[in-house]
Write a protein that binds this ligand. Structure first.
Ligand SMILES: Nc1ncnc2c1ncn2[C@@H]1O[C@H](COP(=O)(O)OP(=O)(O)O)[C@@H](O)[C@H]1O
Ligand SMILES: [Mg+2]
Length: 250
């Protein structure tokens, strides 16, 4: 399997604190990788380096055969906008704007017409069972609703990689499970690769592969599912997706 995104021997320090110390991780197109590991082990730093949010001190980051860490800021920013989607622990939505506005923003920044941007936003909101909330200000939403909006916003541009950093970390476990199920199922339907940082081993089980980060290195790759089984799983999650969406709509 060729890697869509690949970080090789990454090092990154913050002052005297080493956050990454030779981390290597490859994710194939359409593959869902759960990244686990203790707090402070370097998971977020790894995700930020792979996503080109900041550059590693040493090492290489490749995306689709190109050196991400060597690109100009402009090129990297454009690529992040077109090819990457992000969901963080606290949705980072704009609270004063409506749900539809928040989801349309990435499209508007991508210079899509207003009409098309809002149509695409609405279509994603419907898919995630949020259609009825489109006019609400995001500041008024529950945590679970807000994270579902964040998922819609992350996927609206059709990214090839979805980066999620503890996307359900601030939710109770039932709500978190629901959001995670939607996220994983939607990403699979879109055939987006996913780098999913999570503490939750149940969540990690819906991934294709689990890696864990310790002291700034990626260790113990654990195949949780043979590649061949993924197609069966995709159909299974699709059914769960429909179910979860129906639940969300209630
Ligand atoms: N912006 C920062 N400034 C200073 N130290 C940081 C910063 N970001 C991360 N660190 C440190 O780097 C290490 C790894 O952090 P992080 O990647 O956030 O770990 P994780 O996501 O696994 O909890 C920790 O010791 C953390 O304190
Ligand atoms: Mg973190």
């Amino acid at each position: 399997m060729t890697a869509l995104i690949h970080g090789q021997d990454l090092y990154r320090s913050f002052g005297q604190t080493p956050a990454l110390q030779g981390a290597t991780l490859s994710v194939a197109a359409g593959e869902i990788v759960a990244v686990m590991g203790p707090s402070g082990s370097g998971k977020s730093t790894l995700l930020h380096c792979l996503a080109g949010i900041f550059a590693p001190d040493r090492g290489e980051v490749w995306f689709d055969g190109r050196r991400l860490d060597k690109m100009s800021d402009t090129t990297r920013t454009r690529l992040r906008r077109t090819d990457f989607g992000f969901v963080f622990q606290f949705g980072q939505l704009v609270p004063e704007l409506t749900v539809a506005d928040n989801v349309a923003i990435p499209r508007l920044l991508g210079r899509v017409s207003r009409k098309r941007a809002y149509a695409q936003a609405m279509s994603w909101l419907d898919r995630l069972g949020l259609g009825d909330l489109s006019g609400r200000r995001t500041g008024e939403l529950s945590g679970g609703q807000a994270q579902r909006v964040a998922v819609a916003r992350a996927l609206v541009s059709g990214p090839r990689v979805l980066f999620a950093d503890e996307p359900t970390g601030s939710l109770d476990s039932a709500t978190g499970d629901q959001v995670m199920e939607l996220l994983v199922a939607a990403a699979r339907q879109e055939q987006a690769a996913v780098v999913l940082v999570t503490h939750d081993s149940r969540v990690a089980r819906s991934a294709d592969r689990i890696v864990s980060v310790h002291d700034g290195r990626v260790v113990e790759p654990e195949n949780v599912r043979a590649t061949a089984a993924r197609f069966t799983e995709a159909r299974f999650t699709e059914a769960r997706f429909t179910e979860a969406r129906a639940e969300g709509a209630r």
